[in-house]
Write a protein that binds this ligand. Structure first.
Ligand code: AMP
Ligand code: GLY
Length: 447
């Protein structure tokens, strides 16, 4: 029997664990920063082992690996990759299906990523500049007419980017924010990226990548804004949907092809530049604009919530796919069922600004099973057989059906089976929201 070490403990990791455990010949080992009750149950069922510790400590994770000798490791969250956990595991001789710290730089250093695309003449970047000096940043903001996105180069848990017209009112606020980021060394790298503000519809392309080729998963659209109608503060993602044809209703195949080509060229450029290979999941956040598909950013991992959409309909064996990736030879494109999916996150009252934590949830598991939805635990804990909320997103519920409308109804029904001080966005995946996306693309002349 093979064993698989998963590092991480969110709903995304619960989805990965579920995918791995569909293969009955694999024992699940989990190294988590807090006990995810769903992952813990799968560990137990598969006859595996788990430990709660510091997932960002290469030493602690390696110690656990040395004790249990996994055949394959999958450190999952971005900060874990940036901390060099894969490098530590590989140096002990363990196979990993995730990128090294150097490869994950495509995510943890936005300036490196933009520069790589520029140096290798890969299309898809907006106009951009990289700055360590606030005065130079300010004159570039003026050069772009004040219509900019201001980004710390380093990781900030998805909360560092501010865009004029959304979180920033005008050029003067953009300059102030740039100055503030540089003074505080926010993101830890001491530099910022200023980009031309793009307009369009965003989509996520996650791909399995064996170092040589990228294999496309179904496209997904995430919803970062907290409230219905896409307003309010940014969150880690309130929910997401994918369509049965693996495209999105507001995109054409050419949009997917352009995005995939940008990703393929990026991993080739990475190889040329470093002589090393990008191995793992590469997830491009793209925007379809009037001027074609633009790359917003790379993530070197599955998306959260997007992992729940795609892994719920993966027809191939996830363990096999990841094993082949780690050997740099994915033999054929992984298969996905021709189904639509809608994922909705239940989040604590007050989320994202002032979450009310430690609230009990009453979950009607049989109603969820009856509606044929999938449930993934995120930031919750179990005490005395009861699930309690913490301050981050609580539970992801995924509906799967022949079309988005039916999948949305299933997800909505499943959300209704969880009672307690949590809420969710009802509009994600509804026909009116999807229609708005299509109309937006038409208005922009981007369809
Ligand atoms: P990121 O952390 O780079 O994914 O950025 C967070 C969000 O900011 C994205 O999902 C976009 O909605 C927005 N964003 C980032 N870059 C740009 C840009 N150049 N133009 C417009 N919006 C952007
Ligand atoms: N879907 C947003 C993220 O995973 O970063």
């Amino acid at each position: 029997m093979d064993s698989f070490l998963l590092v991480g403990n969110g709903a995304r990791e619960h989805a990965i664990a579920k995918g791995i455990c569909r293969n009955r010949k694999v024992r699940l080992l989990a190294f988590m920063s807090a006990n995810n009750p769903g992952i813990a149950e799968l560990v137990k069922k598969s006859g595996g082992q788990m430990k709660i510790g510091d997932i960002h400590s290469p030493r602690e994770v390696s110690e656990f690996a040395k004790k249990h000798k996994p055949d394959l490791c999958f450190p999952s969250p971005d900060a874990v990759l940036a901390a060099g956990v894969v490098d530590a595991l590989q140096s002990e001789g363990f196979a990993c299906a995730a990128p090294t710290k150097e490869a994950a730089r495509l995510e943890w250093d936005k300036s490196y990523c933009r520069q790589l695309l520029k140096d290798f003449k890969i299309p898809g970047s907006p106009k951009f500049g990289i700055f360590q000096d606030a005065k130079q940043a300010a004159s570039f903001i003026d050069f772009l007419g004040g219509q900019v996105a201001v980004k710390p180069a380093g990781l900030t848990g998805g909360k560092g980017v501010k865009v004029v017209g959304f979180q920033l009112e005008d050029a003067s606020q953009a300059k102030q924010y740039a100055m503030q980021l540089l003074a505080a060394r926010h993101g830890g790298l001491g530099s910022i990226v200023i980009e031309e503000r793009l307009e369009g519809e965003e989509f996520s392309l996650q791909a399995f990548c064996d170092g040589k080729r990228v294999f496309c998963m179904p496209l997904v659209q995430d919803h970062k804004r907290a409230y219905e109608g896409d307003v309010g503060p940014n969150t880690g993602g309130m929910g997401s949907y994918s369509d049965a044809n693996h495209l999105l209703p507001f995109l054409r195949p050419r949009h997917r092809d352009s995005a995939l080509e940008i990703m393929q060229k990026t991993i080739e450029a990475f190889h040329k530049k470093t002589k090393n290979r990008f191995v793992g999941v590469l997830y491009g956040g793209f925007m379809a604009t009037r001027d074609g598909v633009k790359l917003i950013e790379y993530n070197c991992r599955f998306g959260d919530p997007e992992a729940m959409n795609v892994l719920s309909i993966l027809g191939s064996d996830l363990y096999d796919v990841l094993l082949q990736i780690s050997e740099s030879k994915l033999r054929k494109a992984p298969k996905f069922e021709k189904k639509a999916t809608v994922c909705k996150y239940l989040v604590p009252e007050g989320y994202p600004e002032k979450s009310i934590a430690d609230q009990p949830l009453s979950i009607d598991y049989s109603a969820i099973a009856q509606s044929r939805a999938d449930l993934f635990y995120a930031s919750v804990y179990e005490k005395g057989g009861v699930i309690y909320t913490q301050s981050s997103r609580s539970i992801g519920l995924v509906g799967i059906a022949d079309d988005i409308e039916k999948a949305e109804e299933i997800a909505e029904k499943a959300c209704g089976a969880v009672k307690g001080r949590v809420w969710h966005r009802r509009d994600i995946g509804t026909p009116s929201l999807v229609q708005r996306r299509i109309e937006h693309m038409r208005r922009l002349g981007a369809l």
